[in-house]
Design a protein around this ligand. Structure first.
Ligand code: HEC
Length: 717
């Protein structure tokens, strides 16, 4: 075999790659309506493939094909489309490339894997390959035997498939199918594959890492961390059960409790608890009457009642109990008690007014109008009560709660608009859990937690409507848009689609520190589920660039709860951790040059130290696990009526029903919790929890799902 005699053609592999590239789209369009693998053979789940995933798929397939076909071209020379023998041996290489690409997608990416689509890509590209050959061949054989040699093609293809090489290729080709089968039926193999998937999807070698501050100190669900104005030596951490803790920064021997509001909160579960706080801008200013005021947003849930409160506390007393007694609830908002979508941010703006993010859940059932209730937006109030030239006392009754001790700035955008309460600054947000002000431009950057598919980053402009509930991300939700919106619409500046792991945006900060010049002017934000930290660069407004820069521990809904920046340029992150054991952490973003082994946060460390704590089934702990992770879809009692259930486009089972309980084995339930709906021919909206929750936790949730069935039998309600 003398290579130098072979004429090679780059043209051929390029044509072939283009075929595979276009077949991703052809296959996608086809599978939107038709099934390649008939339902009668195997019922595959409907998998949602995003445009972004589609794009990635075509790039992966094209690249892998080029990697296989170019060397083949170099070895065998040109002739793919006009020499039957050459075509046949090329087809073996094609099969290898196809198999490699689909395995790569399955194992090494976070793309939602759709077997129908992968099959369609294979089928259509094969057909087009053969068509290409026929046309080309006919063109070449212009003279006498126009189609004379065509019969050779199937003959040669079969011949090469039954050769030793061919059999090896076929075994390789079948391997992923077997793997897929094993993945859905054998838990050990599924675990192994999940490990491989996680191994392939690490955070990568970015220039950034996370450092655990206070390694020796335990935090119980830290939800936000802040510094007080004018004090760079201390840090204040809000724990979800209502405690504000003071620590020296950056090193501290111990925690000092400065406010304990835990007795005010009632039950802390679902998304309830202490959500956000801020210091008065004149905090620490000796001659100001505001020098000890802190403002806290928390939920108070007792049984079927829930009130969300924004309260002021005065920390001037030395006695911590008397501090609690200074509470003045500025707002008490009655809501239905399911506990989700409260919003959470409480931030003083550069203008000295207090801005608060309120979720759509902050309303009694049935009330939808912005003229009646404060919910689903950002509000702005004047807590100083001093300047009645620029602010006025709210008028009129407030049926769904109570408001007191604040004024409304006259330049609020909806003042005088009968359709919107005067407090509002912006409308149409679903769950504005975290926002911050860009210290330089004073823009509000906000993470709006989405429902089933989209997460949004919004820049909040005065008087705009951010399109919830009729549009999420940039896509209509199917909910009807009200006829007369009280404000002009505004879409997000960035939206990302849920993957298996990215599911709940936590806002972040526009970085304005000196410490990391590369980050200057960019938005650092996080996702709560995946605990990933992203960097958003919008200097080119047309092409917003977002990249992953770091990742904290994965705790499912117990991941990142806030991202803040300090005056000195440090960026701090809170990791919520479990409710049952104090596994929360305060992390600091570092450039990886500074990463030390001892201090770096590593997901695996976490897994080890808490595994043993979960071995025993504890109904209460498991109930909390269920409430946090499952009830937003399945409902707090498992009836399939959680607040997100409408948005899933899937029927949810009723765990309390005899029908459900009697038709599933424990291992059925275990596998669906572990692997999610998709690989088990159920709705992909049921997320996989393996890898997030410990095996023992999944076991306990299985038991708990069973117990939900028993509740029905004993007390009928
Ligand atoms: C984002 C919404 C969502 C969340 C969160 C969620 N599920 Fe599901 N779950 C679904 C959907 C949708 C289905 C229905 C799948 C189908 O039948 O096609 C489902 C089905 C199930 C099933 C029944 C499967 C069967 O045999 O019919 C179990 C058990 C289950 N989920 C448990 C859980 C547990 C435990 C959690 C929390 C760790 C959880 N789910 C979290 C959406 C969700």
């Amino acid at each position: 075999m003398n290579m130098s005699n072979k004429r090679i053609s780059l043209f051929e592999p390029i044509i072939q790659s283009l075929i595979i590239f276009s077949c991703v789209y052809v296959g996608y369009t086809f599978t939107l309506t038709y099934d390649i693998i008939p339902k009668s053979i195997i019922r595959l789940p409907e998998v949602h493939v995003s445009t972004n995933d589609l794009w990635k798929l075509s790039i992966i397939f094209t690249t892998v094909f080029l990697l296989f076909l170019i060397p083949k071209q170099l070895i065998s020379g040109r002739g793919v489309f006009f020499k039957p023998k050459r075509f046949a041996s090329e087809y073996l290489v094609y099969l290898c490339a196809y198999t490699t690409a689909s395995m790569y997608v399955f194992l090494a990416t976070t793309i939602n894997y759709d077997p129908q689509l992968i099959a369609a890509i294979g089928l259509f590209s094969t057909i087009i390959y053969f068509l290409f050959f026929i046309i080309w061949y006919a063109k070449k054989e212009t003279e006498k035997s126009k189609f004379g040699g065509l019969y050779l093609v199937p003959f040669e293809v079969i011949k090469s498939l039954v050769s030793v090489k061919g059999v090896l290729v076929l075994i390789y080709f079948i391997f992923p199918l077997l793997l897929g089968k094993a993945f859905t039926s054998d838990r050990d193999i599924a675990n192994l594959i999940t490990q491989v998937r996680i191994w392939f999807n690490p955070i990568g070698n970015t220039a950034w890492g996370l450092n655990t501050l206070y390694p020796g100190i335990e935090f119980s669900q830290p939800i936000l961390v802040k510094q007080a104005p004018g004090d760079s030596e201390n840090l204040y951490v809000l724990e979800r059960d209502g405690k504000i803790i003071k620590l020296q920064y950056p090193n501290s021997e111990k925690k000092e409790l400065i406010l304990d509001a835990s007795s005010l909160l009632g039950e802390v579960e679902a998304e309830n608890g202490a959500l956000g706080f801020d210091f008065h801008p004149e905090f620490n200013q000796r001659n100001s009457i505001n020098s000890h005021f802190v403002y806290l947003y928390y939920t108070e849930k007792r049984g079927e009642e829930q009130v969300n409160k924004i309260s002021r506390f005065d920390l001037s007393s030395n006695d911590i109990n008397s501090r609690l007694e200074t509470e003045i609830p500025l707002l008490s908002l009655n809501r239905n008690a399911e506990g989700f979508h409260n919003g959470g941010s409480v931030e003083f703006g550069p203008d000295g007014y207090l801005y608060i993010g309120l979720g759509e859940g902050v309303h009694p059932k049935g009330i939808t109008s912005y003229s009646e209730v404060l919910r689903s937006g950002v509000i702005r109030i004047d807590v100083d009560l001093t300047n009645t030239d620029t602010s006025f006392l709210p008028e009129g009754s407030f049926d769904h709660g109570n408001r007191q001790d604040y004024l409304i700035p006259k330049d609020n955008p909806f003042v005088g608009n009968p359709d919107v309460m005067d407090e509002f600054w912006a409308l149409g947000l679903r769950n504005p859990f975290r926002f911050t002000f860009d210290p330089k431009t004073t823009e509000i950057w906000l993470g709006d937690v989405g429902s089933a598919v989209w997460e949004e980053v919004n820049i909040i402009e005065k008087g705009k409507h951010y399109q919830f509930p009729f549009i999420e991300g940039r896509h209509p939700t199917g909910k009807e848009k009200p006829e007369n919106l009280p404000a002009p619409e505004q879409g997000p500046i960035y939206a990302y689609e849920h993957s298996a792991y990215d599911r709940a945006v936590i806002g972040g900060v526009v970085y304005r520190g000196d410490k990391f010049p590369e980050l200057y002017g960019k938005y650092i934000f996080a996702d709560n589920y995946s605990a990933k930290i992203f960097l958003l660069d919008n200097s080119d407004k047309e092409n917003i660039d977002v990249k992953l820069i770091a990742q904290g521990s994965q705790y499912a809904q117990r991941g990142i709860s806030s991202v803040i920046q300090l005056e000195n340029g440090d960026v701090l992150i809170t990791l919520l951790g479990a409710a049952s054991t104090p596994t929360g952490e305060i992390l600091s973003l570092i450039s990886s040059d500074d990463v030390t082994d001892s201090g770096s946060s590593d997901a695996n460390d976490e897994d080890n130290h808490s595994q043993s704590e979960y071995l025993e089934y504890d109904k209460e702990i498991t109930r909390q696990l269920y409430v946090v992770n499952c009830s937003r879809c399945h409902g707090s009692e498992g009836r399939g009526d959680g607040p997100d259930s409408d948005a899933l486009g899937a029927e949810l089972p009723d765990f309390t029903s005899h029908e459900f309980q009697s038709s599933r084995t424990d291992s059925d339930i275990y596998s669906v919790i572990e692997k999610g709906g998709a690989p088990l021919q159920m709705s992909p909206m049921m997320p996989p929890w393996g890898g997030f929750l410990k095996d023992a936790e999944i076991d306990h949730l299985t038991t708990y799902t069973r117990e939900l069935g028993k509740i029905e039998a004993t007390d009928q309600h």
